[in-house]
Each structure stands twice: as C-alpha cells, then as structure tokens.
Design a binder for this molecule. Structure first.
Ligand code: ASP
Length: 476
C-alpha cells in the first residue's frame, strides 16, 4: 500500500456507514463509542498493551471481531474488539492506493529494456472492500514505486493484459511471443515480462519454444506477496529481473524469482525446466532435474552453469507463435478408466500428454483407449508424476505394453513443458505427425537433458539430523 497522505479531512460524519469501510458490529459500535473511523490515526489502549497506528478499511469477507491498525513499522495488527479499552484519535490520513505513473528518466548510456505487463500479484494491490488481490498497477505505476529501476536501465513499459495467470493461455502466449519478437527487432537490450506466478512456468515454456535464438535475455518475473505487504518480494524480484535483462549474458527465456533460503538473491531458471513448487513461499520456483542457470544479487550475476545461450549484438530471432489447443493433459490416477482418454479422442483432440506413475506407467484399463488413440492418429506422450528422473518404459512389462500402443516417451521433459510443447509442435506441423514426433523428441530449449546431475535432485526432508545441522547453519 502507498501510505501517501491525500487530504486532511478532520470532520468525518460519524453516522455515515461508509466511513466504517467494511467493518460490521461489534467493531462499528466500538469505533462510534470513541468517535473514530477508518483512516483515523489512533492510540489504542487494550488489555494486551498499547498500539499506535492507522485504522485500515476491513475486508467485507474478513471476520467482524477485529479492528486492523497499520503500525509505524508497516505491519498490520488485528485488535479484537473486546480487548479495546480506549481509542484516542491523533489524526486523520486517507491513504491513496494509486501509485502515480512516473516518467522514467532517460540516460543514453544505459541499456534499453522493454517491460511487458500481463498482470498477477506483481501488478496487484489489495482491494480492502473484498480482501481480494486485484490486478491494478500498470507497469508505469509499478516502476513509479520501484525507483531503483532507473539506476539499471531505460525502461519502457507496455501493459498487454491485466489478468491473473490462471487466465493466461495460448491466445496470450501468441501475443506475447510476437511482442517479444518486435521488441528484439526494435533493438531493446532485454525484455522483462511481469506475470502471475501460478502458471508462469507454462508461459516460460511456451515462450521458450515460440521465441528461439533470441540475442537478448527474456526474463519472466512475478511475486508471491503483493506490494502492499512488508514481506513483498515484488520489488526485489523486479529489480533483479530487470538487471538480468539489461546487463545479463543469458539470452534465453528465463524465470527470475526469489532464492531458496534468504532474501539476498534471486535465481535465474531456464524456462523449460522451472516449476512453481509451493503455494505461498516466496522461494517457490525450482529448477527440476538440473541446477539453476545463475544467481542475481542487485548488480551482480553469478553463473551456476555454463551451457547457456550468450547475448549477441545482432537482432536475429525466430518467432513461431502458433498453438493448437486441441491438446489434452492427463494426470493419471490408479483406477482411471479408458473413457477419460477416450473422451478426448471423441472430442477431436489431436494430442495427449500423460503424467504417468513411476517410470511412465498407466494401468491396463487405459490400454483400449491408447489403442483407440493410435488408430485415430492422436499422438500420446508420456511424462512423469515424479517430476525428477527419466521416463523408462523398457524396464517393466507395463511400460513395454504401453510403448507397443504407440505411446511416445519424453525423457525428463516436465509434464507442463510437454503440454505446451505439444500444442506448439502440432501447430508447427499440422499435417505431418512424423515431424511433430521429431520435434517433440528433440531437445530444443533445454526441455530434455542428457542426464540429471546429482545436485539436480534435492528435496529437503526436515527432522533428520543432517538436515537439522544444515538448517542450523543456514538460519543461524
Ligand atoms: N494467482 C496469481 C497469479 O498467478 C498469483 C500470483 O500472481 O502469484 O496470477
């Protein structure tokens, strides 16, 4: 939230319900009793001590028992109505949630970066009436609130969409890919894409296939916590992503998000190997089956790998913005019946990606459907629910039988990556299944790797002695 003070409105009509913004009984009575409203600065004496802060509006969907104060520290505190002994008004500050669009200072010596906004929490603020996080900040407002960006580059922004990433999909991928191509040809030194985190890995994979051979970094960034929260990761992520786009050497589609153990640095992940792994932690993105490409800390990028495409001076880039959305994606479960797959075939889907168990398995019940798919010319690809490791369908009889039904193994391609790659490949070769298969089984953007390095598989298990010792060091 911007705590910008807009006006001094001393005389607030206390009988007007609107001034209680979202509060209900019993809190409204408490506020009336002490002659205060939302946006009053107050000193609250309570049975739990004294608090000084600004009364914030209350979300209508939150409980009716607490009054919320924004403290000087920036943290919000909820005070239960029946602990309040007195509320003394010391001022009135109606906060503005609008961050002014700021004209970006131009410095001819700095790189030019194009920031495309698509929405998501990184471009959000809280709507205190409903408690919902709504996409509201334009990229211009966003950098108005993160002035450090001006030290890094000349940033030009364009808001393409204002949606949460659950609403991103193939139509948006195509627009983004074309826009990125244009920006590269126009001479920008890097591209940043603000995006919701939930499906960022689908979009990063889609862009990795649609925009190939870029001479400059294409950096996707999001945030897990909106910028009105003290623990927001929005500014750090944006600053580091912009640095990676402006000054970094990795000319690939990459995701720049919070590092794993501290708020010191961000990680750069390859777009086809990254996945959101936690619903709320800021360090939610992980490179799977490999290590991340690099660390970024303010003005320093430390590569962790060497096998990446380097920045170039030319403006050559291949944009293949296509997607056939007749692709289904099935997470296999024990007991799954053939009709789950058959219904996709009957509905005219042209390709199916399965996330199978273990080394790439489904049950026998599915075999008739796999046969039906083969006869109907619907390609079926196998990926893994285990997320780490390789599909190996020659090990067990089940795997061999599934292979005989024409199912195509996809090595260690992540299921989400396989889904978007198949939609793209089918659109690239609408009438040539052999070419689709060839494209799918050839790594083109790090989507499949030769092997998984031993430190490419790390899932910490808490409680065990060695991990306690390690965490003790990290957190001490
Ligand atoms: N649901 C939001 C989105 O993906 C969450 C976020 O932005 O992190 O757009």
């Amino acid at each position: 939230m911007s705590d910008e003070v807009q006006s001094e409105a001393a005389a607030v009509p206390i009988e007007d319900a609107a001034v209680f913004k979202g509060y209900r009984e019993p809190c409204v009575s408490v506020m009336r009793r002490f002659g205060v409203t939302v946006w009053c600065d107050v000193i609250a004496e309570t049975t739990r001590g004294r608090f000084e802060g600004l009364i914030l509006p209350r979300s209508e969907t939150s409980d009716e028992l607490h009054l919320v104060l924004k403290l000087e520290s920036g943290y919000n505190v909820g005070i239960r109505h029946d602990t309040i002994e007195s509320l003394r008004k010391t001022g009135y500050r109606e906060a503005s949630y609008k961050i002014p669009e700021k004209a970006f200072p131009v410095d001819a010596g700095k790189p030019r970066v194009r920031l495309f906004g698509t929405g998501g929490t990184i471009a959000s603020r809280l709507d205190y009436r409903t408690g919902a996080v709504i996409p509201a900040f334009s990229p211009g407002e966003l950098y108005g609130s993160v002035p450090e960006l001006a030290d890094i580059c000349n940033l030009e922004t364009e808001k393409l969409f204002g949606i949460f990433s659950e609403n991103m999909g193939p139509p948006q991928y195509l627009i983004l890919a074309e826009k990125i191509g244009e920006a590269i040809r126009e001479g920008y030194d890097g591209v940043v894409i603000g995006h919701g985190t939930d499906t960022m890995h689908y979009t990063s994979a889609a862009l990795s296939f649609m925009v190939q051979g870029s001479p400059v970094p294409i950096v996707m960034v999001g945030s897990q916590r909106s910028s009105d929260r003290p623990s927001s990761d929005a500014a750090q992520n944006l600053i580091n992503a912009t640095w990676a786009a402006a000054h970094g050497d990795i000319a690939e589609v990459i995701v720049c998000m919070f590092g794993p153990t501290s708020d010191r640095y961000n990680l750069l992940h390859r777009g086809t190997r990254v996945r959101k792994m936690h619903s709320s932690y800021r360090s939610t993105f992980r490179t799977l089956g490999d290590i991340p490409l690099a660390m970024v800390e303010r003005d320093e990028i430390t590569p962790l790998k060497d096998d990446y495409a380097r920045r170039r001076e030319d403006r050559e880039v291949t944009v293949r913005a296509k997607f056939d959305d007749r692709v289904g994606f099935i997470y296999y479960y024990p007991g799954m019946k053939a009709d789950v797959i058959e219904s996709l075939i009957d509905a005219g889907y042209r390709g199916i990606v399965i996330a199978g168990t273990g080394l790439g398995h489904v049950n026998r019940l599915a075999y008739p459907a796999l046969e039906k798919a083969r006869k109907a010319g619907v390609q079926v690809y196998m990926t893994l629910q285990t997320l780490w490791g390789f599909v190996q369908m020659h090990v067990y009889e089940t795997g061999r039988e599934i292979l005989e039904e024409g199912v195509i193994p996809l090595a260690n391609m992540l299921p989400e990556t396989a889904y978007v790659k198949l939609g793209w490949a089918l659109a690239c070769h609408p009438d040539d299944p052999a070419k689709v298969r060839e494209l799918m089984t050839t790594p083109i953007a790090g989507d499949m790797t030769e092997r998984e390095p031993h430190d490419g598989y790390l899932v910490f298990q808490g409680g065990v002695p060695e991990m306690k010792a390690f965490l003790g060091k990290v957190w001490s």
